[in-house]
Design a protein around this ligand. Structure first.
Ligand code: 5RP
Length: 212
């Protein structure tokens, strides 16, 4: 089982704050995400700044794109993103059009997606999905549990690279032990820590302890 990667989600509402966040942890993480909130607030300039600062890192634009996949993906790639996200209710043609423009595409799993649909994404050439506990679900009292782990295991068995996200803390990681998680995506658990660099290091150390 490979060591899961660590991705930081920059869901800052203002570009200057995102840059302050990433300047503390950029060297510690494997993937840098221009979060949905940041992309909506600041557009592709956020991706351009991250690419300028981190020429060697994998950069993901979390657009959660629903339509015009080719155009949105070209804008992301032109700005310097390697990967972007589409929402799971986007059509297969939207996903395929996006996939042509970026190095890789992640399907964000929200709401009522099905494994039948996931099989169609696989057939269409998609290899990455993001299993998500939404902010709003977490705020409404949802927690990570066996129901999530079962779905994640099944997606891994289908051959997807499965990233996991939503309110993750270092203490949440042992729950996923034994599962071939591709990437852990953490936002507030790193950005809002008293010492974000130390928090990123603790995430990496815990990943190495469990999966190493
Ligand atoms: C929200 C997202 C977030 O980027 C992701 O959930 C990580 O953020 P946090 O760790 O703060 O929950 O995609 O739509």
């Amino acid at each position: 089982m490979a060591l899961p990667k660590l991705q930081i989600a920059l869901d800052n509402g203002v570009l200057s704050e995102a840059l302050a966040s990433i300047s503390q942890v950029g060297d510690e993480v494997d993937v840098i995400e221009a979060g949905t909130i940041l992309c909506l607030a600041e557009g592709m300039e956020a991706v351009r700044c991250l690419r300028a600062l981190y020429p060697e890192k994998t950069i993901l634009a979390d657009t959660k794109c629903a339509d015009a996949g080719g155009t949105v993906a070209k804008n992301c790639a032109d700005a310097g993103a390697d990967w972007m996200t589409v929402i799971c209710c986007a059509t297969i043609p939207t996903m395929q059009a996006a996939l042509k423009e970026v190095q890789d595409l992640q399907v964000e799993l929200y709401g009522d997606w099905t494994f039948e649909l996931a099989a169609k994404w696989k057939q269409a050439g998609l290899t990455q999905v993001v299993y998500h506990q939404s902010r709003d679900a977490l705020l409404a009292g949802e927690t990570w549990g066996e129901k999530d782990l079962a779905k994640i295991r099944r997606l891994v068995e289908m051959g997807f690279k499965v990233s996991v996200t939503g309110g993750l803390e270092v203490e949440t990681l042992p729950l996923f032990a034994g599962i071939d998680v591709f990437t852990f995506i953490a936002g507030r658990g790193i950005r809002d820590a008293a010492d974000p660099r130390q928090a990123a290091r603790e995430f990496k150390a815990e990943i190495a302890r469990i999966w190493g």
